[in-house]
Design a protein around this ligand. Structure first.
Ligand code: TRP
Ligand code: ZN
Length: 878
């Protein structure tokens, strides 16, 4: 499967390799400009493969300096080097043989950050998905598993630390100012899990004893001087390890577990066996520099990568089409972990918000693809919210459908049956079919059918028959390459509430498709009759967001207010509030001067006044739908400026009605004493921040925010005050001075300066483009660092609707220029930022035409990476 030539790879074309790889022996002689990689691979021909079949090895930007089979140089006529790989012919027809390959690579010139590269003077690797072929010629596919021995030689002074996967066998001095270390990883693994780190780093260490008594040395490596900022990550790691033992029965399997934090990284982190490599943003934290959100993300990502040890590493993927097998499942596991560590309900609401904001638009646009895609041109473009987050929702639905016992048994079966293998989605699903006895054939459409199902909900109460009839209809809109959609198996949790908000018993006919509170929607149209009801109940459906669907339902404001005020499922309360607020916000955004429904204000203020609620929940509940949420609800022809004005007006109306309540909250939610990152304190800070936002809207002056900025003694409060000030009063002297103060105070900390770039890149309105352009030349900006690019350009593109969608289209041109420029160095980052333009067809015609023109210019520019051309072509076609 060759992926770097612009051709399409299809799931249907999968076949195993002709040769089985038995062992891998790698020797690195590290040098920034010319690293020598010697690879010894032991292969044998697979049974039944023709004795003259050649061996294909993937390669990318390699320089081959030696090639031998069984110690004998391969004659020139017996091999061919192409830009994407190497073919060797004339190999032994039977028995094992050794291929020795020497390549030269230049880590310091590697700006793509795939393969072996340099970051802040440290050598590090990123091999997923197809970066290993940038190190040496190799069968670079996840179904080729082997045991690795790795020797690293490097300069002693600049690289005292030499790390790879597994356990360290030994090392020593080479006598010429260099030294070496040898590592052995006993667990067979695909090459995408290979890692190497060499450099000079500080470390924190802690012991961990697994439940069966294995002693594990935990080590987190960071830049010298930053060790104290890794303490929270270490704590999160230990909690993750214990949790995985307790909840999934998964125990760690080596004597050492290492995490290395690097400052140049294309994504969040990587689960290399025994040697995770992290974007330092997801390791480093202290109260002065990290927000509550940063702490929560560190906890979640540390857990995610650790959990991959079983879901991804011990059991890996047969091919990249199965990516959700490890990613969706591992996200599900990290979601469950965070839910257990923090508040389950608040975590669930945050997940749903994220899914609706990121994945629903993906599923509704030109980049829509199934959780398990059927083809790809560039696999790196499929690390998407659909594969990750919708993949997690699909796993969650399996748990809902089969119930907790069969789910646990199914996971146990999966681990037992497929340990050491490269598995498929079918293998995974089969485990739950076996433990539950349920047929999951129709359910499996969730893996193959793209698009968010829309469910129309209609109800009818018959007072004479005392029955409540629920009529459901499901439909999925066409997505690229899939015009026809079949009916899916959709698990919908539901409750019927009485006028006091109490749950009523669900009495249905014996043959109704409902188990407990889970209704199985399997037909295009389905009808369920609930019996024995004395009055018309209020329906609360898709409780806990049991299925990732859009409901089309018209409930009265009174019904929504009842759910928002009384449901025991907090997710349902939050959703009802959103549904209550949306009509006003939508009407006001499309020219109507509708003032907010009094019931909305009343319900919001009741929540603000209810001190029995968790503060983190109240904070979410009191936050109005975002501008992007409103735009999505309107759908087509959206005007970002009108949406902003409408939302601000509603904010002000609520604020005016509840000024004294918000004043109280601002005082009572203060967290005196030293900062602690626990969920409860974070919830208080979040609620206090919401109160400050309302108070500022009511008051119309920068005073309170400026005061909060001056008073803040932690980064959460400080950055919230900064954002509020800068976004609401961008041209005030208070905003300017806060920005200056912030830059002076944190100018030496790039991760904090990212927050300064984010605050400015998200200032609403057409003037922000000029500001972003100016910031590109700021001394604190660095074009080569993905975090800087994302915080300034990425944030402007993804999170500033009024800035990006300037009516004159100038921001589209700017973005395209930037993407072209970034693409020359780092195609992955360029392609990711480009996806921000995927919804251009939903813009009103003037903007839409300008966005299209900018995209067309990008599509015809040369050179263009495979990453960017894949995305731009799909965006324009779909
Ligand atoms: N597997 C990583 C994860 O845990 C994702 C990842 C990290 C990645 N770096 C990457 C994917 C580079 C593609 C390219 O989710
Ligand atoms: Zn992952």
């Amino acid at each position: 499967m060759r992926t770097d030539t612009g051709q399409t790879v299809s799931l249907a074309d999968y076949r195993p390799t002709d040769f089985v790889l038995e062992r891998v022996d790698l020797t690195f002689e590290l040098d920034p400009a010319a690293t020598k990689v010697e690879s010894r691979l032991i292969f044998h021909r697979r049974d039944g493969v023709s004795p003259d079949a050649p061996l294909w090895l993937d390669g990318d930007e390699l320089s081959l300096t030696a090639l031998a089979v069984d110690q004998t140089p391969v004659p020139e006529h017996a091999y061919t080097v192409q830009s994407n790989g190497l073919t060797i012919t004339g190999l032994p027809g039977s028995g094992a043989f050794e291929v020795m390959i020497t390549t030269i690579i230049a880590p310091q010139a590697n700006t793509k950050l795939m393969g072996l590269y340099r970051t802040s003077g440290v050598y590090c690797t990123q091999c997923e998905a197809d970066g290993f072929r940038r190190i040496t010629y190799f069968p670079d596919r996840p179904d080729v598993l082997a045991v690795y021995t790795v020797t690293i030689m490097a300069d002693k002074a600049t690289a005292p630390l030499l790390l790879s996967n597994g356990n360290r066998l030994g090392g020593g001095d080479l006598g010429d100012g260099r030294h070496f270390a040898t590592w052995f990883d006993p667990h067979p693994k695909p090459c995408y899990l290979f890692a190497l780190v060499a450099g000079d780093l500080g470390v924190i260490e802690e012991p961990f004893v697994t439940r069966s008594g294995r002693n594990v040395a935990l080590k987190i490596y960071v830049e010298h001087g930053k060790e104290p900022r890794a303490a929270y990550a270490m704590d999160a790691l230990k909690r993750s390890m214990r949790w995985d033992e307790d909840v999934f029965g998964c125990e760690y399997d080596l004597d050492i577990f290492m995490i290395v934090a690097v400052s140049d990284f294309n994504m969040g982190a990587m689960e290399n066996k025994g040697l995770n490599i992290f974007n330092d943003k997801y390791v480093l934290a202290d109260p002065e520099t990290a927000t509550d959100t940063d702490y929560a993300l560190i906890e979640a990502i540390i857990a995610h990568e650790y959990f991959h040890n079983w879901t991804g590493n011990r059991i890996t993927c047969r091919d990249w089409f199965q990516l959700c097998l490890k990613e969706g499942l591992t996200v599900y596991r990290d979601h469950e972990f965070s839910a257990d560590q923090r508040s389950r309900a608040v975590k669930r609401i945050a997940e749903v918000r994220h899914l609706k904001a990121e994945q629903f638009p993906e599923d509704a646009g030109p980049l829509a693809h199934p959780v398990r895609p059927q083809q790809y041109r560039e696999i790196n473009n499929f690390y998407t919210t659909t594969v990750y987050e919708k993949g997690s929702e699909v796993t969650r639905m399996i748990a809902t459908l089969v119930g907790p016992e069969a789910f646990k048994a199914g996971m146990d079966l999966y681990f037992a049956r497929h340990d050491g293998q490269a598995a498929t989605v079918e293998d995974f699903v089969a485990c739950f079919e076996e433990t539950s006895g349920r047929d999951l054939t129709q359910f499996s459409l969730w893996y193959s059918q793209a698009g968010t199902p829309h469910i129309t909900v209609e109800t009818n109460f018959d007072a004479d028959a005392r029955t409540f009839t629920l009529s459901l209809a499901q439909a999925v809109k066409p997505t690229p390459g899939q015009s026809e959609k079949a009916a899916m198996h959709i698990p919908l949790r539901l409750a019927l509430l009485n006028a006091h908000g109490e749950s009523l018993p669900l009495k249905v006919a014996a043959d109704a498709d409902i188990t407990g509170d889970v209704l199985h929607l399997t037909e295009t149209k389905q009808r369920i009759v609930f019996e024995n009801l004395s009055g018309s109940p209020i329906l609360s459906i898709n409780r806990g967001f049991s299925a990732p669907v859009t409901l089309i339902q018209s409930q009265s404001p009174a019904e929504l207010a009842l759910i928002a005020g009384h449901e025991t499922d907090l997710y349902a309360r939050w959703q009802a509030l959103t549904d209550l607020a949306m009509p006003t916000l939508m009407a006001a955004s499309t020219g109507d001067t509708a003032s907010p429904d009094p019931l909305l204000i009343e319900t919001l203020l009741a929540i603000a006044a209810d001190d029995a609620l968790e503060s983190a929940f109240s904070a979410l509940a009191l936050t109005l739908p975002s501008e992007a949420d409103i735009a999505r609800a309107i759908g087509a022809n959206t005007d970002p400026d009108a949406i902003r004005t409408a939302r601000q007006a509603t904010l002000k109306a609520v604020a005016n009605a509840g000024a004294s309540l918000f004043d109280d909250l601002f005082t009572t939610m203060a967290t005196p004493g030293p900062f602690t990152p626990d969920a409860q304190s974070a919830g208080k800070r979040a609620l206090r921040a919401v109160a400050l936002t309302y108070l500022t809207a009511a008051d119309g002056t920068p005073d309170r925010a400026a005061q909060a900025f001056a008073d803040a003694n932690n980064m959460t409060d400080l950055s919230q005050a900064l954002n509020l000030l800068v976004h609401t009063f961008p041209n005030s002297s208070e905003a300017k001075s806060a920005l200056d103060t912030f830059a002076t105070r944190f100018g030496d900390n790039p991760l904090v300066i990212d927050k300064w770039f984010v605050a400015q890149a998200t200032i609403p309105g057409p003037d922000t483009l000029a500001r972003v352009q100016a910031l590109l030349n700021h001394p604190l900006f660095n074009r080569n660092n993905p975090n800087r690019l994302r915080s300034l350009i990425g944030t402007f593109a993804f999170s500033n609707p009024t800035g990006l969608h300037r009516a004159d289209g100038k921001a589209y041109d700017f973005l395209v220029d930037q993407i072209l420029e970034i693409d020359r160095r780092n195609p992955q980052v360029a392609a990711r930022i480009l996806t921000s333009l995927r919804s251009w067809r939903q813009l009103e015609p003037v903007r839409g035409q300008k966005a299209q023109a900018a995209l067309a210019r990008l599509a015809s520019a040369r050179p263009l990476s495979n990453d960017v051309s894949d995305i731009v072509e799909r965006i324009l076609e779909g």
